[in-house]
Design a protein around this ligand. Structure first.
Ligand code: B4P
Length: 190
C-alpha cells in the first residue's frame, strides 16, 4: 500500500493537493476536516460536539477523530493506499495511526510536509473565507489560533516521522501545478 501523510499548517494546500494526488495514484482521500464538516452539515451528535471547537480554531479531541479514522480504514481494506489529509494532528493521533496500520499489516510510507509562511497562510485563509462560509476562516484572530494550535500540537509530528526516516519537506509556495509536480516527484522517487 502507498500510505501518505500530507502535512502542513492550516491553509498550506493539503486539501487542494490531495484532490490532484488521489486521481493520479488511485488512493483514498481521508480528510478529517471534511469528515467533521460533513457531520456538522448532517447535524449529528458528533457534528454538534465538534462545531464550536472547530469554529474557535481549536483541535477536536483525539478520541473522536481516531474513532472516525478507524472505521473508515476498516471499510477500505482492499484500497491501494490512503492520503491522510489533516490527520494525524497530535502525537497521540500519530501513535494510534501507526498501531491501526500495523494491525492491517501496513504502515505510513512517507510524510510530505508543505512549508508555507504564516503571512501567506493568513492571506489564503482570509481569501477563502470570503466565499467558504467557514467560521474558522472568517477572522484573523481565529486563523492565528489555528496556526498556534498547529505550531504547538501538530508541528512536532515532523520530528516523529523524521525519526522513522519518512519526512520529506516540500516548498508549498508557488502555483498549485508547480507544487503538485514536486509532490509527484517525491512520491515517484520513493
Ligand atoms: P482542515 O479541514 O484540515 O483544514 P485546513 O487546515 O484549513 O486546510 P488545508 O491545508 O487543507 O488547506 P486548503 O488546501 O483547503 O481543518 C479544519 C479544522 O478541523 C481544524 O482547525 C480542526 O478544528 C478540525 N480538525 C481536522 N482534523 C483534525 C484532527 N485530526 N484532529 C483534531 N481536529 C481536527 O487550502 C487553503 C486555501 O489556500 C484554499 O482556498 C486554496 O484554494 C488556497 N491554496 C491552496 N494552494 C494554494 C497555492 N499554491 N497558492 C495559493 N493559494 C492556494
Amino acid at each position: 500500500m502507498l500510505n501518505i501523510v500530507l502535512f502542513g499548517p492550516p491553509g498550506a494546500g493539503k486539501g487542494t493537493q490531495s484532490q490532484l494526488l488521489i486521481d493520479k495514484y488511485s488512493l483514498i482521500h481521508l480528510s478529517t476536516g471534511d469528515i467533521l464538516r460533513g457531520e456538522i452539515a448532517k447535524g449529528s451528535d458528533l457534528g454538534l460536539q465538534a462545531k464550536s471547537i472547530m469554529d474557535r480554531g481549536d483541535l477536536v479531541p483525539d478520541d473522536v477523530v481516531i474513532k472516525m479514522i478507524q472505521s473508515i480504514l476498516e471499510y477500505n481494506l482492499e484500497a491501494k493506499g490512503f492520503i491522510f489529509d489533516g490527520f494525524p494532528r497530535t502525537t497521540a493521533q500519530a501513535e494510534s495511526l501507526d498501531n491501526m496500520l500495523a494491525d492491517l499489516n501496513t504502515a505510513i510510507t512517507t510524510m510530505l510536509s508543505l512549508d508555507v509562511d504564516d503571512d501567506e497562510l493568513t492571506k489564503r485563509l482570509l481569501e477563502r473565507g470570503k466565499s467558504s462560509g467557514r467560521a474558522d476562516d472568517a477572522n484573523e484572530s481565529i486563523i492565528r489560533n489555528r496556526i498556534n494550535e498547529y505550531n504547538t500540537k501538530t508541528a512536532p509530528l515532523k520530528e516523529y516521522y523524521n525519526k522513522q526516516h519518512k519526512l520529506q519537506s516540500i516548498e508549498g509556495v508557488g502555483s498549485i501545478e508547480e507544487i503538485n509536480t514536486k509532490l509527484c516527484v517525491a512520491i515517484d522517487n520513493l
